[in-house]
Design a protein around this ligand. Structure first.
Ligand SMILES: Nc1ncnc2c1ncn2[C@@H]1O[C@H](COP(=O)(O)OP(=O)(O)OP(=O)(O)O)[C@@H](O)[C@H]1O
Length: 205
């Protein structure tokens, strides 16, 4: 299906022209407040836009892990899924070692537990374009390794856009990475240059 963006206007950024044809994992990086989440909100249909055109298939985007209803449990959200999605979610609970989460209400989850639950939901939803916005930042190393193993399977079937402020992780795992800046969304060919633009410092990672 692919993703095609023509002349899309986002505040303070030159109109975006951008196309992804192949399924795979694509990084989107940029400094705080430049507009990554705004772009994702537009792609998912949550935020309107006044100029430009977007062609994509079905988009899945979980913008904020804090928006889960705290009194509910994982199973309550799984009930909302289609049968095939529900089966996938249950399998991922087991693969990611999240079985013990089932007894607790989401309000009792740690940040990492909420992120893993959001990851399970994201990977289960039937879509053509999946957006992962800083969803892995709170995962411990063993969970992150399991998640990236699963990402390899997910990207066989869809385009996945991944944003993270951990540039090393983006550089390592993504097929291609794009830098969002005032001049638009541009393919990163030199990560050191992109890191300078963002003000990224190795010492923090
Ligand atoms: N709820 C909001 N209400 C008003 N303005 C907002 C809101 N959320 C974001 N903005 C503004 O939109 C612009 C882009 O923000 P956005 O959240 O898209 O950036 P981002 O690149 O995702 O940043 P970060 O890396 O910090 O998550 C910023 O100037 C910000 O002030």
């Amino acid at each position: 299906m692919g993703l095609k963006i023509k002349n899309l206007k986002i505040p303070d950024i030159s109109p975006l022209d951008f196309e992804i044809v192949e399924n795979g994992l694509y990084g989107v990086i940029g400094r705080n407040g430049i507009g990554k989440s705004t772009l994702f909100g537009i792609l998912s249909g949550e935020i309107g836009f006044s100029q430009g055109k977007i062609e994509s298939g079905r988009v899945a985007y979980l913008p904020d892990v804090e928006s889960f209803e705290e009194s509910l449990k994982m199973k309550d959200y799984f009930e909302l899924l289609k049968t095939k999605e529900k089966d996938k979610a249950k399998a991922l609970v087991s693969i990611f070692g999240a079985d013990t989460f089932q007894k607790k209400r989401i309000g009792q989850f740690s940040l990492g537990m909420k992120q893993l639950f959001a990851t399970i939901l994201s990977f289960s939803i039937d879509c053509d374009l999946l957006i992962i916005d800083e969803l892995f930042s709170g995962l411990d190393v063993s969970k992150k390794a399991l998640v990236y193993e699963e990402v390899k399977k997910v990207v066989q079937e869809k385009i996945v856009l991944l944003t993270s402020h951990n540039l090393k992780e983006i550089e390592h795992f993504c097929n291609q990475t794009y830098l969002l800046s005032e001049s638009g969304l541009n393919l990163v060919t030199d990560f050191d240059e992109a890191a300078k633009e963002i003000g990224y410092m190795d010492v923090f990672f």
